[in-house]
Design a binder for this molecule. Sequence first.
Ligand code: NAI
Length: 247
Amino acid sequence: MKFEGRVALVTGASQGIGLACAVSLARQGAAVALAARNQQKLDELAQQISTAGGKAATFVIDVAEEEQIKSGIKAALAHFGKIDILVNNAGITRDQLVMRMKRADWDAVLSTNLTSAYLTIQQVIGSMLRQRWGRIINVSSIFGQTGQAGQANYAASKAGLIGLTMAMAREVASRNITVNAVAPGFIETSMTAALSEEFKQNAVKMIPLGRVGTPEDVANAVSFLASDEASYITGHVLNVNGGMLMG
Ligand code: NAI
């Protein structure tokens, strides 16, 4: 129970990687604030966690809406008294070549994937500073490291998260708060389910470990960065990509 007594908040917790992170942190003893837009899915997950003996509470937050971030995190802080671990996981894609990309699709991706992290951090950092312990983990992407044609908005948001991670790590390191990112490669979730079978088979050929990743592969990396074992790691980007990108 390495997270006994800790409180974690996970955005985009209702499915995929966010759900796996919430389940993993709860299984290891953390009380988890589950944040996403869909109350019903959040309730189902909270039920699943409590049936397994864990603690969870739900907070409806659309991370593209500043006021919902402020009120939702305020409610989570009131409920649990503190937030020790923040996992900024919520994310979307709106793919298009730049020459055809609508401004609305640029803005939606940047505000959901990047601005949201700046806003959630602002809301939780006071709680972490007061107790001189905190873990912030931002879910970036391999495409924030390499770029990807047709995903300039997404790649920019995920590269931006890496910059935010490093800057924030420097701002709060003296208070025993670490800020890290994970950069998943190709993970089997609804985000990648829409890709054609041919695309997936070609993608697997580029993965030295020879398989796509699971949400649990990412959750394991997030749990490690949230743990005391990772207390001397900050400003780092941990690749969870099966070897697709090394270095
Ligand atoms: P997913 O589509 O299953 O999950 C995305 C989550 O974000 C969902 O729970 C969704 O409800 C939530 N979300 C989206 N917009 C939101 C909003 N405005 N407010 C609150 N919640 C919102 O996809 P997946 O794969 O689990 O994605 C999770 C994170 O992992 C994303 O940030 C994604 O960019 C990142 N990632 C995924 C990869 C993959 O191959 N699946 C690879 C690299 C990064």
